[in-house]
Structures are given as structure tokens and as C-alpha cells.
Design a protein around this ligand. Structure first.
Ligand SMILES: *Cc1c(COP(=O)(O)O)cnc(C)c1O
Length: 375
């Protein structure tokens, strides 16, 4: 079959869809750049890995590999309901929270409907709505790389089917504080689905200005969902578990109707349940990352880079040139970062806060690259 025939058969939304910038695997980097050791600073993973309890749970789940997992992920939903003080009927589980973004779009977005999200943004906040034929409105951050409330208020003055807002934002890391959060959600049109993506919740929920979204959103008349994930602070990115807390059972049920019945495999369910038994692991991870992040911020600033504010486990900094050039120089040293490719931000790089060793390797490499340029 020719490319032309495929083009004729496929939906135009599928043909025109941008691809998600998932970054290179360690193996691909080793092969392409002929390096032995790799510093993974591109995917915001937990440098401490998962809790040791997870490995034990996985070993025991292996004995049941021939048996289908619980399609309802009931135990996990009950545990998450307890964790978030909600009811299990309002909890939905996804193959990563990214699957929940896709399911939300699949369940709600008709071609031509408007979706409002942030710019620069997590790629899938644009890609999944576009897959359904949505018109995506992007709301940029302000020059200080903070949420631009007036711009949001203006964007929300028009009808919209869905608002997708990550707080803190990815890739910037900035946080929408309590007061601004309250003002923003008041503007969300009534028949609009409000999606708050809190993938980095664990890194900032203790900050006094971080909005307690679940208690504030309760007062909203319209539908909403808060998305969180086991991929970041819980250290389970490889197993793919995310969850949503929906405004009501009916919203959770629609999402369940469009998902594949066994979207969370047996090992992933067991691992997430085990991870929840070890909240101290998250606390320790967050403490390490916070301390390392502030050290890296200082080091980047002393090298002359503009660094965006961040309360998450990554930093977004401006390279002053095409970010791919710097990213390639780092790749040649085995360091993987994420050069941003979105128009207007192609001179920015997102770097994850990794282990103290990897962070030091990264900073040393930058100093070295800088010295080579000047010498
Ligand atoms: C990492 C991330 C996710 C996706 O995480 P999953 O691994 O799919 O659970 C979702 N949203 C944002 C903003 C992220 O940074």
C-alpha cells in the first residue's frame, strides 16, 4: 500500500498530528554518541527510584502473570480514595496520567471545539485535543515565566469545552498560587471540563501558597478532574500508573467507558499499592530534589543563564542559542536533557533534577562547554 493510499484513508487529524517529544532511550544515546555512562536528566524521573517495597510486590505479582488484572483496579482506587479523602467512585486510573488526558479528550471533545491550555506546555495537552479535531488556544506565561492571570482571564472569556492547566506547569515549573487559582477557576465557563494536571503535586503541596485544589474545586458547579501520577515522586514511571479525582461519579464513569478494560496491568496495580505503603520514600525524594534543585538553580544562574521559577523536580533555563546545540554537546558527554522545541521557546532547555552525582556531572559539563566556547 502506498503512502498516498494511507493518506486518503486516515483521519486528517491523525495525519496532521505532531509527535510527542519523548526523548532518547539510554541505549539509543549509548549507540549514537558512543558513551558509556548516561545521566538521565530529561524525563523528570525520581533519582532514588521506587520504594524497596515496590520490588517485593512486583516479585509476588509475577506469580500471577497468567491471570487478568482487576479491570476496576478496585484496591488501588480504594487506597487512593483514602489518600485523597474522596470516594472510590470518583477515582479513575490511567496507564499513566497521560492516558487519562487522552480518555478525557476521547470522551468529550467534538471536532472544532475549543480547548484552552498553557504555553509552553506539556506536549500531550495539545496533541490529544488536536487528535479529536479541537481548536487549541494557548495562553503564554508572562516575561518572568509565571502564570499570566490577565491572559488566562481573557482566554476564558470565550466559550471553551475544556481547560487543561498543569500546576505546577511543565516545562516551566512555575506555580499558580492560591489567590490566582481561585480567580482563574471562577472564570471557567459552566459547561467546560476543567482539568488540573498535578503531576508534580508531591513536590509542592506543602508550600503555603499551593492551592488545595480538591477543596476549592468542590465549590464549582461545573465538572472538573485533578490528575496525579505515580511516575514522578513515587518513582514508578516505567510501570505507568496515573489517577484522576473527578468532580462526580458520572464523570469517572464516562472515562471508564472509553478506556480499554485492562489498562492497568497486574504488576502496575501491585506496585502502586505497595508504593502507597511507603510515603516516607516520597518525603525523602522530595527533600533531596528540593535541596538539589536550589543548588542547581544557583549554579545555572552563576553561569549566566536565565532560570525560570520552579517548584517541581526540573528547571527550565534559557541557553541564548538554539537549545538543540547545547543538548547535543551534552549528549556527546552522555547527559540527556530536553531541548524545548515549541515555537518561541526553542532557546530553552528543561533539565530534570537528578541524583547529586548526575547533577554535578551536568554542571561540570556546562562549565566545560562554556570554557571551550570562550577559549
Ligand atoms: C510527566 C507528566 C505527566 C504524565 O505522567 P504519566 O507518566 O503519564 O503519569 C502528565 N502531565 C504532566 C504535566 C507531566 O509532566
Amino acid at each position: 500500500m502506498s503512502e498516498k493510499q494511507i493518506e486518503k484513508l486516515a483521519r486528517k487529524e491523525a495525519l496532521q498530528l505532531g509527535s510527542y517529544n519523548a526523548g532518547m532511550s539510554d541505549d539509543a544515546v549509548r549507540e549514537t554518541w558512543q558513551v558509556d555512562s548516561i545521566s538521565r536528566l530529561a524525563s523528570n524521573e525520581n533519582p532514588l527510584g521506587a520504594s524497596p517495597k515496590v520490588a517485593a510486590a512486583l516479585r509476588s505479582a509475577l506469580n500471577h502473570s497468567s491471570i487478568y488484572p482487576d479491570s476496576a483496579s478496585l484496591k488501588l482506587r480504594q487506597a487512593l480514595a483514602e489518600l485523597t479523602s474522596t470516594e472510590a467512585g470518583r477515582i479513575v486510573i490511567g496507564n499513566g496520567s497521560e492516558e487519562l488526558l487522552k480518555l478525557l479528550c476521547l470522551a468529550f471533545i467534538n471536532p472544532g471545539e475549543r480547548v484552552v491550555t498553557l504555553e509552553p506546555s506539556f506536549g500531550l495537552h495539545q496533541i490529544y485535543p488536536q487528535m479529536m479535531g479541537a481548536q487549541v488556544t494557548l495562553v503564554p506565561v508572562d516575561p518572568q515565566m509565571e502564570f499570566d492571570l490577565p491572559a488566562w482571564q481573557q482566554a476564558l472569556s470565550q466559550p471553551a469545552k475544556m481547560v487543561i492547566l498543569s500546576n505546577p506547569s511543565n516545562p516551566v515549573g512555575c506555580m499558580l498560587g492560591r489567590e490566582d487559582f481561585n480567580r482563574l477557576i471562577e472564570q471557567v465557563p459552566q459547561d467546560c471540563i476543567l482539568v488540573i494536571d498535578e503531576a508534580y503535586y508531591e513536590y509542592c503541596h506543602h508550600l503555603s501558597d499551593y492551592p488545595d485544589s480538591l477543596s476549592v474545586l468542590k465549590t464549582l458547579p461545573g465538572p472538573w478532574i485533578v490528575l496525579r501520577t505515580f511516575s514522578k515522586a513515587w518513582g514508578l514511571a516505567g510501570l505507568r500508573v496515573g489517577y484522576g479525582i473527578a468532580s462526580d461519579d458520572a464523570l469517572a464513569e464516562v472515562i471508564n467507558r472509553v478506556r480499554t478494560p485492562f489498562n492497568i496491568n497486574r504488576s502496575a496495580q501491585a506496585a502502586a499499592l505497595a508504593a502507597l505503603q511507603d510515603p516516607d520514600h516520597v518525603t525523602a525524594s522530595v527533600a533531596l530534589v528540593t535541596e538539589q534543585r536550589e543548588q542547581m538553580r544557583q549554579q545555572l544562574m552563576s553561569l549566566g543563564y536565565q532560570v525560570a521559577p520552579s517548584v517541581a523536580n526540573f528547571l527550565f533555563f534559557r541557553t541564548g542559542g538554539d537549545s538543540r546545540d547545547l543538548a547535543n554537546k551534552l549528549l556527546a558527554r552522555g547527559i540527556i536533557v530536553k531541548p524545548w522545541r515549541e515555537a518561541g521557546y526553542t532557546d530553552w532547555v528543561r533539565v530534570s533534577v537528578g541524583s547529586p552525582e548526575d547533577n554535578q556531572i551536568f554542571i561540570n559539563a556546562l562549565r566545560d562547554i562554556y570554557a571551550t566556547q570562550c577559549g
